[in-house]
Write a protein that binds this ligand. Structure first.
Ligand code: 5GP
Ligand code: ZN
Length: 123
């Protein structure tokens, strides 16, 4: 099992700061372990990010340490999709991971995108 003991909050992690309320964000949902907020540079009419309060660099770390958390994050994402009226027309959940995955913020986050048609394959 991967050692995830190094997954501490880091002073320079912007998503840790958003989760702690130390940086502003348009929060749309929060509970004891997750926070959801609007993406600052939306790529679709609905573009939300769902993060765990605990710092994991990516989904690989989180799935190794607490797979049930990842499942609960998917429940939050699908609930938000419903609240945003996306269930009928569909939506996309994205989890960019690592350099080739296009991840730019090294704190696990799922994107919820909706409100327009999505292309496939992604770039
Ligand atoms: P990634 O490229 O890592 O998959 O996605 C990171 C996302 O975080 C991007 O869509 C980017 O627009 C968003 N983002 C980066 N910095 C901030 C910020 O300070 N506040 C918010 N709300 N979103 C951010
Ligand atoms: Zn963090």
């Amino acid at each position: 099992m991967a050692d995830t003991s190094g997954s501490q909050k880091t002073e320079d992690c912007i998503f840790c700061k958003i989760a702690a309320g130390e940086l502003p964000a348009e929060i749309v949902y929060k509970d004891d372990e997750t926070v959801a907020f609007a993406d600052i540079n939306p790529a679709a009419p609905v573009h939300l990010l769902v993060i765990p309060r605990k710092h994991y660099t990516n989904v690989v770390e989180a799935a190794a340490d607490d797979p049930a958390l990842v499942g609960r994050m998917l429940t939050v994402l699908t609930r938000l999709a419903g609240e945003k009226g996306l269930l009928e027309d569909g939506f996309r959940i994205v989890c960019n991971t690592g350099t080739r995955g296009g991840q730019s913020v090294p704190h696990l986050h799922f994107h919820l995108l909706g409100g327009r048609s999505m292309a496939w394959p992604p770039g």
